[in-house]
Design a protein around this ligand. Structure first.
Ligand code: SF4
Length: 280
């Protein structure tokens, strides 16, 4: 059961260190997709909000009005939508806050990037085709439904996501299929590039083993694949093993990219890298 609440905020354009925009815009606080590996779970501002992550969504109903005013004062060239929420989650169909925000950004000729894992973004194709959507990073994966149920139980299915990506690519909307997270000994890259015939590139991100709740993630994986637990625990402990494992993953992806004659980007997190949550 999701708790929905209409709230009023004092600011919608928030400065960010993410290099996809000068400011981030989050039309909601909370996200009902409830991914276990969500970076926002360790966000200090979000942590102050009562309630379990994934169980509430605050709808920032005055966000469009604020945006109109703040754009005039701050005059950004580019912003990022969806750093701490998914802007296209189910409640958007009722409130259309994100829709109004896209209309305002287009009207003011402000460019934007979008992070999402929701096929509902494709329903706004008319807005996205007006020349200001720079790129949509669309998260995909190919884990089994059983594992998905453990790790991102309420997010949209992978096939509808792939369909939405291809639909938007066919309409010349700039979308990057973003395969994340790569799950050790589970993720399968075979023919992954061929799922997106019109995309020149696919990007990949390894599981961030520095996440505060990595043990919950390992437990979720182990509940379906008990034999993988020792390997995951070794990755947590042994730098040499960690580095050689991810190097072999890179080789697997590069092999597929060469076969498909496509570009790729691969982000692998450093062993015990200090985890800073910059997703303000
Ligand atoms: S969809 Fe994004 S914001 Fe929502 S829970 Fe998943 S990772 Fe977090």
């Amino acid at each position: 059961m999701i708790e929905y609440k209409e709230v009023k905020i004092s600011r919608i354009l928030n400065p960010t260190g993410i290099d996809l925009g000068e400011y981030v815009i989050n039309p909601f606080m909370g996200c009902e997709y409830s991914c276990l590996y969500c970076y926002v779970r360790s966000n200090k501002v979000i942590a102050k909000r009562e309630g379990e992550w994934g169980k509430y969504v605050d709808i920032r109903i005055n966000a469009p009005d604020l945006l109109e005013k703040e754009l005039l004062a701050k005059k950004p060239k580019c912003v990022l939508l969806g750093s701490t929420t998914d802007c296209f989650q189910p409640i958007e169909t009722k409130y259309m806050v994100t829709k109004k925000i896209l209309e305002i950004l287009n009207k003011h000729k402000v460019y934007y990037h979008i992070l999402t894992r929701s096929p509902a973004v494709a329903e706004y194709a008319d807005l996205l085709k007006q020349g200001f959507c720079k790129k949509i990073y669309f998260t995909i994966n190919n884990i089994t439904p059983e594992l998905k149920n453990k790790l991102e139980p309420k997010s949209p299915g992978f096939e509808p996501r792939i369909k939405a990506i291809n639909k938007m690519l066919n309409e010349d909307i700039s979308v990057i299929p973003y395969f994340s997270p790569i799950l050790p000994w589970i993720s399968d890259f075979k023919d992954i590039f061929s799922r997106f015939p019109k995309s020149n590139s696919v990007e990949f991100e390894g599981l961030n083993m520095n996440l505060v709740n990595i043990n919950d993630i390992i437990s979720g994986v182990s509940s379906i694949y008990p034999a993988l637990r020792p390997g995951y625990e070794e990755l947590l402990k042994d730098r040499t093993f960690y580095d050689s494992f991810w190097a072999s993953i890179k080789k697997d992806i590069i092999r597929e990219a060469i076969k498909a004659k496509k570009n790729y980007n691969i982000y692998i997190h450093n062993f015990r890298g200090y985890f800073t949550n910059k997703y303000n």
